[in-house]
Design a protein around this ligand. Structure first.
Ligand SMILES: Nc1ncnc2c1ncn2[C@@H]1O[C@H](COP(=O)(O)OP(=O)(O)OP(=O)(O)O)[C@@H](O)[C@H]1O
Ligand SMILES: Nc1nc(=O)c2ncn([C@H]3C[C@H](O)[C@@H](CO)O3)c2[nH]1
Length: 222
């Protein structure tokens, strides 16, 4: 731990505020920001027009892109004692693929995922953000990405439910590889990190406590 940079990953359903929070934490801690690719995925806009038809290409592209990103941050940041804040955790590949792929495809996709995930750097701290479906739909609409304009409410609801499942303690034990990360779970429905200093400070305090706990300075207060 001493020579390795701290790795913080933020997860949660679409539009919950991962990138917003990652940017804030990155500025506060002076770490490197790792952002997931979105527009660069050539299948994503087609995916939203026909999920079943384009799911396999979309999920495969996200998986291999993330593997490359995580290999790079290990080599260029974490191994050089630099901290990283990422707006995703690799587990999201399983969460999305479990919904979008059919059973056969998912079975094979998971084998591929398992082959790659063991060699990737795993975060020390995972911030799991959640919000209710109405808030998520509102934030997605407000952000107004062209390919998300017809976002299906049921899809967002299903994703949220799947996130809850993957972030329950038993599933964390089974589905997260390596040393279990410290998990900070936050309902972000009524927080406004963007505009309210006290809301920003609330989460920064939690992360600072988690970092101290990792460094063995205090008991874990998160
Ligand atoms: N706490 C918050 N309160 C109000 N609005 C927020 C909050 N966090 C984020 N937003 C707004 O909600 C929208 C979605 O936020 P953001 O892009 O950070 O979500 P995300 O989780 O990274 O989404 P995606 O999963 O699509 O990458 C943005 O318009 C952002 O400004
Ligand atoms: N199908 C699918 N699988 C993924 O692993 C994945 N990761 C992100 N996304 C979608 C959600 C947002 O629209 C947009 C930005 O997060 O990209 C994904 N979609």
């Amino acid at each position: 731990m001493k020579n390795r940079g701290i790795f913080i990953a933020i997860e949660g359903p679409i539009g919950v505020g991962k990138t917003t929070l990652a940017t804030i934490l990155n500025e506060h801690f002076g770490y490197t920001l790792l952002r997931e690719i979105v527009e660069e995925n050539p299948f994503l806009s087609k995916f939203y027009t026909d999920i079943k038809e384009y799911a396999l290409q979309t999920e495969a592209f996200f998986l291999f892109n993330r593997v490359k990103q995580l290999e790079d941050i290990e080599k260029n940041q974490l191994n050089k004692s630099h901290g990283v804040v990422s707006d995703y955790h690799i587990i999201k590949n399983l969460i999305f693929a479990g919904i979008t792929l059919d059973n056969n495809q998912f079975h094979r996709y998971k084998q591929m995922y398992n082959i790659f995930v063991n060699d990737l750097p795993q975060p020390d701290i995972v911030i799991y953000l959640n919000s209710n479906t109405d808030v998520l739909m509102k934030r997605i609409a407000m952000r107004d990405r062209s390919f998300e304009r017809q976002m299906d409410r049921n899809y967002i609801h299903e994703l949220s439910t799947e996130y809850k499942y993957y972030f329950n303690p038993l599933s964390i034990k089974h589905n997260f590889v390596g040393k279990e990360p410290l998990i900070i779970e936050i309902d972000n429905s009524n927080l406004d990190f963007l505009n309210k200093e006290e809301d920003r400070q609330f989460i920064i305090d939690k992360v600072e406590n988690a970092i101290k706990a990792l460094e063995g300075e205090t008991a874990c207060l998160i």
